[in-house]
Unconditional design. Structure first.
Length: 280
């Protein structure tokens, strides 16, 4: 039996419609400050897409394009100014940064109430402790897709491949918060296939093209592919979709799965940050 496709495009469209209604209900529209340092082509494309969707939903685009040779202290000052500016309700520092800049202390300057990427230590701490806060966009998008698909998480055996601060670690925390039994795998994991083959829910976020094949999938499993790779043959994810589609019960496609949800959840976080600033 062929796996059901989890449609990220349709889910993202629903989230955007909800956000648009939320923005319209506010007295003052959210203001999203995106910071792009230098001229990395991929980062420029990502930021342009975020800005475009932001303005479409009625938010204010407070973008700043900064020179590649900006110093650490100068960029810190920019972030500090945005942190205290009441017209700015969300701050997003686009990564990666030029090599001479250290991202960790810069991200730490972003107030957790404006941390729409959910990457600060305070945001991570709130997630770990189960306290309210803004969650990282991609893992939050995965959770939305699972909920929308009617996947029962309580008691499920979930495996997350990847332990990055951006996806893997927060993904495991969010699954654990829904009472799944979570195993985190990484580059040092032994017998990876033996572990993934028992998973009811498998989240692949390792950053290796098509690393997950049919021998790694439990029949009927829910497979969430976070990977995105541009090869000569086209786009693919961390999962060999064609090889596992007759084994999995549900699967996210690449493209059109998790990707659209990342920006949708950024928009949702931006709305929520503005609501927090307004005291609602």
């Amino acid at each position: 039996m062929t796996a059901d496709i989890i449609d990220g495009k349709a889910a993202a469209a629903e989230v955007r419609a909800e956000v648009e209604r939320g923005v319209a209900a506010l007295d003052t529209p959210p203001g999203l400050a995106t910071l792009l340092v230098g001229d990395d082509p991929a980062s420029a494309i990502y930021v342009a897409s975020k800005r475009k969707q932001c303005t479409r939903l009625g938010m204010r685009d407070l973008h700043q394009h900064l020179p590649a040779d900006i110093g650490q202290d100068e960029l810190t000052t920019v972030i500090d100014d945005l942190a205290t500016d009441p017209t700015v309700t969300g701050i997003l520092l686009q990564l990666p940064l030029p090599r001479h800049l250290d991202p960790a202390p810069l991200i730490a300057r972003i107030p957790p109430t404006k941390d729409v990427d959910g990457l600060t230590e305070l945001s991570a701490g709130r997630l770990t402790l189960g306290r309210p806060g803004l969650r990282p966009c991609t893992p939050a998008g995965v959770m939305h897709l699972l909920a929308r698909a009617g996947v029962k998480l309580e008691g499920a055996d979930a495996v997350v491949i990847g332990r990055s601060a951006l996806v893997g670690k927060p993904q495991a925390q969010l699954l654990l918060a829904e009472n799944a039994t979570v195993t985190t795998c990484h580059s040092r994991t032994r017998d990876l296939t033996e572990i993934t083959r028992r998973a009811d829910i498998l989240v692949a976020a390792a950053g290796i093209p098509r690393m997950i094949g049919p021998d790694a999938i439990k029949p009927g499993a829910i497979v969430i592919d976070v990977g995105m790779h541009r090869l000569e043959t086209g786009l693919c994810g961390d999962v060999d979709t064609d090889a596992v589609i007759d084994i999995a019960g549900m699967i996210t496609p690449v493209p059109g799965g998790v990707g659209p949800m990342t920006i949708a959840m950024l928009l949702q976080n931006t709305l929520r940050a503005a609501e927090l600033a307004a005291g609602s």
